[in-house]
Design a protein around this ligand. Structure first.
Ligand SMILES: [Fe+2]
Length: 349
């Protein structure tokens, strides 16, 4: 950290997107007027560009805390309009960006330094950013909460370690600026979260935390199937040749099944126990979360069709497979094996 004598402070502006409850931050070194934006939302581009212009900011960076599933990022458009460099964690695996950060890397911002802290768990590529006495935690640590860990290669264990071993070891007075808030809170401190966070504070054990996270029963974000592929292109374009279809009916699956085309793979991604009690004949049981183990196998097929019990797990698997680079995937959504049974289609046990 350089110690220039200066009187003008770091300015932090916090903006809110009502639709996705996302916080966007503008950090400005008010001496040099150099700035950075964190987690810009595409729909709020005009608002953010206006602030950047009116405050006379030379925007150096468009930083993303992770690949968002609930909104499309404005990073690509911000780069086009301002020349800012797009910054992601290297672990996010996003191409067409300018700066890939590893744990501990530093981004200079005028007289300040932004320090990258790798905080995987909500996604593998999550990163928090520390500057002065503030930390921008993305979806890793929220005010009295934390990000979910049930898709995008999330890991409850990794999130626990990121928060308790890394973020909770920052100075207690550090201000916590999260990626979202759904209750009207804007800011917290590390000390407050250690004391009051109901999921991770009060020295919660890993076992207690896993138990909480396993029982959240959250619906998928509305925009996940649009936002994740779009954000892999920094919010500008979706992979042109990807055919990812998330609105497939159970009767459409039956038609595919009747074709018995060996180039098609039908995946049942329920648990082993559910599968054993009855499944679509010739379907393969690949329980949710084990997809990475089957990458080479998936690549042997022209098209993959996924179903589960209700359509929730199959949609999550579809997103996981698309993020692994697979194309030509369809999932049965808003329906599943119960409807297959109800329609009297054949069942194997
Ligand atoms: Fe997120």
């Amino acid at each position: 950290m350089t110690t220039l004598s200066c009187t003008k402070p770091l300015s932090i502006r916090q903006f809110f997107d009502r639709d996705s409850c996302t916080y966007t931050y503008l950090l400005v070194d008010t001496n040099s007027h150099q700035g950075a934006i964190i987690d810009g939302v595409k729909e709020q581009l005009a608002r953010d560009l206006q602030s950047i212009e009116q405050l006379g900011i030379e925007l150096l960076y468009a930083i993303e805390t992770h690949v968002h599933a609930d909104h499309v990022s404005s990073a690509g458009l911000i780069r086009q309009k301002t020349g800012a460099q797009i910054v992601y964690s290297k672990a996010a695996g996003i191409k067409s960006i300018d700066i890939e950060l590893n744990d501990g890397d530093i981004l200079p911002l005028g007289q300040y330094q932004i320090k990258a802290i790798k905080t995987p768990g909500h996604t593998t590529g999550c990163m928090s950013f520390y500057i002065e006495n503030s930390v921008f935690t993305g979806d890793t640590l929220l005010i009295r909460g934390c990000g979910r860990t049930d898709f995008q290669q999330g890991s409850t264990e990794a999130l626990y370690s990121s928060v308790t071993d890394k973020l909770f070891n920052l100075p207690g007075e550090t201000l916590v600026y999260p990626g979202h808030d759904y209750n009207g809170n804007t800011c917290s401190t590390i000390d407050e979260e250690i004391k009051w966070n109901p999921r991770l504070g009060k020295k919660k054990s890993l076992i207690e935390f896993i138990n909480i996270m396993d029982n959240l029963n959250l619906a998928l974000p509305k925009k996940i199937n649009e936002a994740v592929p779009a954000n892999e292109g920094c919010g500008i374009h979706v992979k042109a040749n990807a055919y990812v279809h998330d609105d497939f009916s159970i009767s459409a699956l039956y038609e595919i099944w009747q074709q018995k085309d060996p180039d098609n793979l039908i995946v049942d991604n329920r648990s082993k126990e559910e599968y054993q009690q009855g499944h679509v004949p010739n379907s393969q049981n690949i329980p949710l979360g084990t997809e990475p183990d089957y990458l080479a196998y998936f690549k042997k097929f022209k098209h993959i069709y996924i179903y589960c019990h209700s359509g929730r797990r199959s949609q999550t698997a579809l997103t996981n497979l698309a993020m692994m680079g697979l194309e030509n995937i369809s999932c049965v959504s808003h329906s599943g094996f119960d409807d297959w049974k109800a329609l009297g289609y054949p069942i194997a046990r």
